[in-house]
Design a protein around this ligand. Structure first.
Ligand code: UD1
Ligand code: CA
Length: 452
């Protein structure tokens, strides 16, 4: 395989997002757009990745540097067009010789196999390879003009196109590949004599053709090349990501009765034979293991759900919730930074934070792990097979021994020994006939008031 490099264009201002956050840091599937492009370049084996940024976008620059180092960034100032943007990477790639692909930082959903196909065109003799798509509404996209053999003749920007060219629906995604030396040589001849007064990357196709080179296209679905300029397009890209991720999850052997109501994060891992009921939200870092069931209206982040566990309905799992196989968590239970051993249960209405719960323990309805005193957080440990009665408050730091019982309504502030019973609540008393006497007395008082 030839050496590969990627230049990712991200120097546009993104003003139509109306955001203080740089456009390409807005997330799709929970992952900043620019990270999709970087991950794509990495997944096709690009050994050099250069992001072209605006000097104004400091948050973007530090974000990119944290992933690619200082060498991963070049600045474009002022932005004079896509061709000019690619040229800014020329010095940084001086020592690179191989195949170069240009990606756009605001087009997050391109598939690795599509970029592979583009590189393959370069390897099999094309001077330039362009990723195209059939546009439902070609609008302002550059049109791909092909000859009878399907070779690419030129890319014509909408502003420059004739009426016949505007009628072409095969459009430029903005992703273009060439040998690096050839890319920069062609770019050195691009001028800005056009409708926008910009240096168009797309002009390298016409120049390569004039040199006698062949230019080829690769095509993909329009949904894979949604470019994001507005929040509407951001929402469209999110929807396209969700559609893709849901079908990937279904293909792995997962049952979802209403997949269109289940929302994934790009890193969600679901094993086979999991069932996900309607209206479930996955935040970052969730793994659901084989045979587990996630019931309706659950909100999950940073959680590892063990095999054959049942979660929900209406469960909230927060970062550090680690459930071993066969755990059962029922409605209105919140679990954070808590490990639950095999077969442990919390069936109703609890907050379990900063805890360690032994295998087979049963946490009764309304149990609270009081983990925070307003300053620091403390740990609650519940031993194997322990039974916590309903509506108990376990005030951390505290340990309930293996097999111990805690009586309902207890406020437990001291450790409980293994196999002991701890009860910490007001003692029950009883006054025989008190209620009858009370009612008689109050009825008399009320009657006296009415008369007077
Ligand atoms: C470009 C293509 C067009 C294609 C469309 C797909 C050119 C001349 N036209 O048009 O054929 O159909 O993308 O979306 O290439 N950028 C910079 N510096 C610049 C200009 C742009 O970094 O000086 C970046 C932008 O941030 C963006 C990308 O390049 O990520 C594309 O720029 P944009 O202005 O959206 O290009 P279009 O005019 O839409
Ligand atoms: Ca654009």
């Amino acid at each position: 395989m030839a050496n590969r490099a990627a230049v990712i264009l991200a120097a546009g201002q993104g003003t139509r997002m109306r955001s203080s956050l740089p456009k390409v840091l807005h997330p799709v599937g929970g992952r900043p757009m620019i990270d999709w492009s970087i991950a794509l370049a990495q997944s096709v084996g690009c050994e050099r990745i250069i992001v072209v940024c605006s000097p104004n976008a400091e948050t973007l620059q530090s974000h990119v540097k944290s992933q690619l180092g200082e060498g991963g960034i070049v600045l474009q100032d002022p932005p004079l067009g896509t061709g000019h943007a690619v040229q800014q990477a020329q010095a940084a790639l001086q020592d690179f010789d191989g195949d170069l692909v240009v990606l756009c930082g605001d087009v997050p959903l391109i598939r690795a196999e599509t970029v592979e196909a583009l590189f393959a065109e370069i390897q099999t003799g094309a001077a330039v390879g362009v990723l195209g798509f059939e546009a439902a509404d070609a609008g302002a996209y550059g049109r791909l003009i092909t000859d009878a053999d399907g070779n690419l003749e030129a890319i014509v920007e909408a502003k420059e196109a004739t009426p016949e060219q505007l009628a072409v629906s095969f459009c430029n995604s903005g992703v273009i590949a060439a040998r690096s030396a050839s890319m920069f040589e062609l770019l050195s001849r691009v001028t800005n004599e056009n409708a926008k007064g910009e240096y168009y990357l797309t002009d390298i196709v016409g120049l390569a053709r004039a040199d006698g080179g062949t230019c080829r296209t690769v095509s993909c679905d329009e949904a894979d090349v949604i470019g994001i300029n507005t929040r509407v397009q951001l929402a469209e890209a999110e929807a396209a990501f969700q559609v893709r991720k849901r079908s990937e999850v279904l293909a792995l052997g997962v049952t979802m009765t209403a997949p269109e109501t289940v929302f994934f994060h790009h890193d969600t891992v679901i094993e086979n034979d999991v069932t996900i009921e309607p209206n479930v939200f996955f935040g970052p870092g969730v793994t659901v293991r084989s045979g587990a069931r996630v019931r309706a209206f659950s909100h999950l982040e940073g959680a590892d759900i063990g095999a054959r566990s049942t979660i929900g309905p209406f469960v909230r799992l927060r970062p550090g919730a680690v459930l071993e196989p066969g755990v059962k968590i029922g409605n209105f239970v919140e679990v954070k930074n808590t490990h639950m051993g095999e077969g442990a249960q919390a069936s109703h209405l609890s907050y379990l934070g900063d805890g360690e719960i032994g295998a087979g323990a049963n946490i009764g309805a309304g149990t609270i792990f009081c983990n925070y005193d307003g300053f620091l957080k403390y740990k609650t440990t519940v031993g194997k097979g322990a039974f916590i009665g309903s509506n108990s408050a376990l005030v951390a730091p505290v340990t309930i021994g293996d097999g111990a019982f805690v009586g309902s309504g207890s406020v437990i502030t001291k450790d409980v020994e293994a196999n002991a019973l701890a009860v910490a609540r007001g003692k029950q008393m009883q006054k025989a006939g008190w209620a009858t006497a009370f009612r008689d007395k109050m009825a008399a008082v009320k009657a006296a008031k009415k008369k007077g």
